[in-house]
Design a protein. Structure first.
Length: 107
């Protein structure tokens, strides 16, 4: 992988998605390990389909990875990719701080 990350997504759109309260909670949950859709749906009190809908943009661009088998759907995060975009954009520092505070509040 070269030093220049190809940005084939809209950074403002990505910022908007990453600062969505439900997406922030999901990313905080995925920070340390993958989680299945049932767990996330219960935690956020929204449907499993809504989780996929809210994450669709970050999934499409590889920030969140979906693994599906006959029993369940699991989500994990590409930490390197997520960290790279966040450290390359000052606007994302507030997202990181918000996620950290939210994570501390929830746990």
């Amino acid at each position: 992988m070269d030093g220049n990350m190809k940005e084939d997504f809209d950074k403002q759109q990505m910022l908007h998605i990453l600062t969505d309260p439900n997406v922030s909670v999901i990313l905080a949950e995925l920070e340390y390990s993958e989680k299945d859709s049932r767990y996330l749906a219960e935690k956020l009190q929204i449907s499993e389909n809504e989780i996929k809908d809210r994450l669709s943009y970050v999934i499409e661009h590889g920030f969140v990875i979906v693994t599906q088998n006959e029993k369940n759907t699991t989500f994990s995060v590409d930490k390197d990719k997520l960290n790279k975009i966040m450290e390359n954009d000052e606007n994302f520092n507030s997202v990181i701080n918000g996620l950290t505070e939210l994570d501390q509040f929830l746990n």
